[in-house]
Design a binder for this molecule. Structure first.
Ligand code: SF4
Length: 370
C-alpha cells in the first residue's frame, strides 16, 4: 500500500548543523501552505488509491496547529482512505504542551517523533537546540498522558566532546522514558552550514571515536530492549516505523509540499524546495530526480540497510544465479571479519558492517554485475 509524506518546512530557528530545507515560521505563511497542501492532496480524490502510513516531516511539523494537521489528515482520508494507518508527526519538544498534544491525538496523529538529541543540556546548547532536557522529558511524558503509546526519540551521536560514558548516560536516560522507538544519528558536518569550521570540527567526534560511539549506542540500546532494525533505527518489538520501512523496502510513496520526495511508477521525483512557489502553484511543481529506478540495485542498496538484510534467491531473480553466487562468495570473506552475517539464503550487515556500509554495498553491487 502507498505511504504518504507531508513536508512542513518551517522552523523557529535554524540549527547550525542542519542542511535540510526550511524557512522561518510565520503564522500566515503556515496557513497558506496548509491550504496548498490540502489543494494538492485533494487532486487524488476518486482514484481509488489507498495508503496505510502518513508521515509529517520537516522542518518542524509540530509548529502547525492541531486544526491544520487535522484538516490535512481529513483530506488524506478522503483522497486515500487511510484505514488503520500509522500517522506520525515529527515534533520539537519546545513547540508542544499537554493541551496541544491532546489535540494532535484527537486530530488523528497516533505516533510522535521527538528530536531530543541528548540528555545533556551543554550538548543541546552546542547543537543550537531551543529545548533543554527537562523540556524534552516533559514533552514525552505529556505525550504519553495524552494517549500516545507509539513515541520515538532521536539521539545525535558525537557532539561537543561526547565520549562513550556520556553517550551511555544519554541512552540510559532516554530508555527510561515511555519511548518505543529510538533513532541514533551520527553528527555530520555538512558543507556550508555554520558548523562547517575548524573550531566546531575539533569539538565533534572524529571517525574513530564516532565508530566507537555508534557501536556503544547499538549495544546499550539493545541491552535495554531497543533492537536495531536499520542502520540508525531501533525499536521495541512491533514498533518499527512502518512508514520509513517503505523507503527501505522500495514501496511507493507520495510526497506533498516544498522539498517533498516521491517514488512511484518506477521513478523518483521531488517538489522544488521553495515555499512561495509551492503556495502559488495550482498543482505542486515536480522535478524528476531519477527517471528509471534500477529495482535490482535498489533491492541490494536499500535492503542491506536493514538488519533483516536481503535474500540471495531474490538477488538471483533480479540479476541471475551467477550474481547471487558472486555475492555469496564475497559475503563469506566479509563474514570472517565480522562485517556481515550469511545465514542460509539471507545476507545482512552487522553493526560493525554498517559503519562501512557504503563501500561494502558498492562491492556487492559490483559483484552482482561481474
Ligand atoms: S529543527 Fe530540525 S529541521 Fe529545523 S533547523 Fe533544527 S534540525 Fe533542521
Amino acid at each position: 500500500m502507498l505511504g504518504l509524506y507531508v513536508h512542513v518546512p518551517f522552523c523557529l530557528r535554524k540549527c547550525p548543523y542542519c542542511s535540510f530545507y526550511s524557512v522561518r515560521y510565520d503564522e500566515g505563511t503556515a496557513e497558506s501552505y496548509t491550504r496548498a497542501l490540502i489543494r494538492n492532496i485533494k487532486e487524488y480524490r476518486g482514484r481509488g488509491l489507498k495508503a496505510d502510513t502518513l508521515y509529517f516531516g520537516g522542518g518542524t511539523p509540530s509548529l502547525l496547529t492541531p486544526a491544520q494537521i487535522g484538516d490535512i489528515i481529513e483530506e488524506c482520508r478522503l483522497a486515500f482512505t487511510l484505514d488503520d494507518a500509522e500517522i506520525t508527526l515529527e515534533a520539537n519538544p519546545c513547540t508542544v504542551d499537554a493541551e496541544k498534544l491532546r489535540s494532535f491525538r484527537a486530530a488523528g496523529v497516533n505516533r510522535l517523533s521527538f528530536g531530543i538529541q541528548s540528555a545533556d543540556d551543554g550538548r543541546l546548547g552546542f547543537l543550537g537546540r531551543l529545548h533543554d532536557y527537562d523540556t524534552a522529558v516533559r514533552a514525552v511524558n505529556d505525550a504519553a498522558a495524552a494517549g500516545f503509546e507509539n513515541i520515538s526519540g532521536d539521539i545525535m551521536l558525537g557532539a561537543a566532546g561526547e565520549d562513550c560514558d556520556t553517550l551511555r548516560a544519554t541512552v540510559g536516560e532516554l530508555c527510561s522514558l515511555p519511548l518505543k522507538h529510538i533513532s541514533a544519528y551520527m553528527l555530520k558536518i555538512e558543507e556550508g552550514t555554520p558548523f562547517d569550521n575548524d573550531k566546531v570540527k575539533s569539538l565533534t567526534a572524529d571517525d574513530d571515536l564516532m565508530s566507537e560511539l555508534y557501536l556503544t549506542a547499538v549495544e546499550e540500546l539493545e541491552k535495554r530492549g531497543f533492537m536495531q532494525y536499520e542502520i540508525s533505527n531501533f525499536a521495541r518489538e512491533g514498533y518499527e516505523s512502518r512508514h520509513n520501512n517503505k523507503y527501505w523496502e522500495c514501496e511507493k510513496y507520495l510526497g506533498f509540499g516544498a522539498a517533498a520526495h516521491s517514488f512511484s511508477e518506477g521513478r523518483r521525483y521531488c517538489c522544488p524546495p521553495d515555499v512561495k512557489l509551492f503556495i502559488e502553484s495550482d498543482v505542486q511543481p515536480c522535478e524528476v530526480t531519477e527517471a528509471e529506478v534500477n529495482g535490482a540495485e535498489e533491492y541490494i542498496l536499500l535492503g542491506l540497510r536493514l538488519t533483516k538484510g536481503i535474500s540471495l534467491e531474490r538477488v538471483a531473480g533480479y540479476f541471475c544465479e551467477k550474481s547471487a553466487e558472486n555475492i555469496r562468495r564475497l559475503a563469506e570473506t566479509y563474514s570472517k571479519h565480522g562485517l556481515v552475517i550469511l545465514d542460509g539464503d539471507r545476507l545482512s550487515l552487522t553493526a560493525k558492517g554498517f559503519l562501512v556500509s557504503n563501500s561494502i554495498i558498492a562491492e556487492f553491487i559490483d559483484a552482482a554485475y561481474s
